[in-house]
Ligand binder design. Structure first.
Ligand code: PNW
Length: 450
């Protein structure tokens, strides 16, 4: 008989959100607009014309939302700060009301026994900085470090876990390569520059943190493990390119101080030669790696797929989410062991993991029964445990997401929440998965096998 699952008593159990996706009131109390505010207000960019002007109204309901998190037994909560609430123009003038909001939030979380994990950048770049080139302007490393330093000095006496960037790959691939996310550019020459400047900003913020901070700071990356569709030379090479592009382009400079050589094959003449001095700035010792995991990809060579020459082969035998993402829990174990074996077994937090499904229709009322989400959580949290049993240093798990919320270019059409959001009444209602996750937390994982 296998012994019952039992996670360590100091394991962090929480859920994750981001500012633009849940707060609403994006211009309240002196905040400057973000590129996501602009993007969502540009016709044709977001599905159904949705914007996050109201979304979950968390900016006004934060107190009861913290109580809700506590009621689920979570001991941590991952959220992001909207840069433009703190600095309306992105640099220079501080907007006191913006910082005050996050200070009140942190204080209430701590009063409820919930550790905040604070992300400094979850995609909502101040529009004023985009007007100066945004991530294409090398000065942004300094702008970001200055913003980060202001927040550190105000909150590091209370916040133990900091994150510089959330998923630089998504920012670049969606925002500068394919144009589906803000700021909506589609340009092979811009993408590597934006990527490099994101990493310089990460390094500069970590440097600033070492001067004033006392706790822990890390980087959050999305990892989607790549498996070859066949053993043909073409498919194996395509798989290596896909893995370098999505999984190693950001981890390797941050942790090893170099870029994967495959990037030169992908970008060709669009790949600049970056000076070694830059890679020294990027490779700052960090205290943990945050991993966002949703799915895997089975990869085949595809000359028509720009710019990678690789595409994903759908695995029809498996369940898929509404986003088309395959449900593949083993990929999470594989990802965590891959990090352990290739990057020196750093402390890791699963900073996002979750699913959106069409939950079974009910005659009336919100969709509260979500067995597919429960199944997803059960199998993925077990996958985390399996990696820990094999030596991976995993310190915590954050479900994406607390609420159904503004799912970027999908608008409100995709629901990832443990808690159902009624966008008319703004009523929050626990789904069955929220009750399930609370039981997993209370039993330190034992409820996974019930
Ligand atoms: C993450 N991909 O985005 C984000 O951090 C969240 O804000 C978002 O709501 C969540 O996942 C669900 O989509 C991702 O294509 C977007 O691999 C795309 C990918 C990965 C993560």
């Amino acid at each position: 008989m296998t012994p019952p699952i039992q996670f360590p008593s100091d394991f962090l159990w929480g859920c994750a959100t981001s500012a633009y996706q849940i707060e609403g009131s994006p211009l309240a109390d002196g905040a400057g607009p973000s590129i996501w505010h602009r993007f969502s207000h540009t016709p044709g960019r977001v599905q159904d014309g949705d914007t996050a002007d109201v979304t979950c109204d968390h900016y006004r309901r934060w107190e009861s939302d913290v109580d809700l998190i506590q009621s689920l037994g979570m001991n941590s909560y991952r959220f992001s700060i909207a840069w433009g609430r703190v600095l309306p123009e992105g640099v220079g003038r501080i907007n006191a009301a913006g910082l005050d909001f996050y200070e009140r939030l942190v204080d209430r979380l701590l009063a409820r026994g919930i550790q905040p994990m604070v992300t400094l950048f979850h995609w909502d770049l101040p529009a004023a900085l985009d007007d100066r080139g945004g991530w294409l302007n090398r000065d942004i490393a300094q702008w970001f470090a200055e913003y980060a330093d202001i927040v550190f000095r105000r909150l590091d006496d209370r916040v133990k876990y900091w994150t510089t960037l959330n998923e630089p790959w998504v920012v670049v691939d969606g925002g500068y390569m394919h144009g589906v996310l803000a700021p909506g550019h589609r340009n092979l020459f811009e993408a590597p520059r934006a990527a490099h400047h994101l990493m310089l900003a990460h390094g500069a913020a970590v440097q600033a943190y070492r001067a004033s901070g006392r706790n822990k700071i890390g980087l959050v990356v999305n990892i989607e493990p790549k498996y070859p569709a066949s053993q043909s030379e073409a498919d194996l090479a395509a798989t290596r390119r896909a893995e370098a592009y999505m999984n190693r382009q950001y981890l390797e400079p941050a942790l090893l101080g170099s870029y994967p050589k495959e990037l030169m094959d992908i970008y060709g003449e669009a790949w600049p030669h970056w000076p070694d001095a830059d890679l020294k700035i990027i490779r700052q010792p960090i205290d943990y790696v945050g991993v966002n995991y949703y799915t895997r990809a089975v990869v085949r060579a595809d000359p028509n797929a720009w710019p990678l020459g690789a595409s994903t082969v759908k695995q029809k035998q498996h369940t898929h989410m509404e986003t088309g993402w395959e449900v593949f829990p083993q990929g999470l174990t594989d990802t965590l062991l891959w990090i352990k074996d290739n990057y020196g077994n750093p402390p890791v937090y699963i900073t996002e993991n979750g699913a959106c499904f069409f939950d079974p229709p009910q005659v009336e009322g919100p969709l509260l029964e979500d067995p597919l989400r429960i199944d997803y959580l059960r199998k993925h949290i077990t996958a985390v445990y399996n990696a820990m049993q094999r030596g991976a240093d995993i310190r915590g798990y954050f479900a994406w997401s607390l609420f159904d919320n503004f799912e970027w270019a999908f608008g409100f059409s995709k629901r990832f929440g443990l808690v159902h959001m009624n966008y008319e009444t703004l009523q929050r209602t626990l789904k069955a998965s929220a009750h399930f996750y609370a039981k997993v937390i209370a039993s330190r994982g034992a409820a996974l096998t019930e």
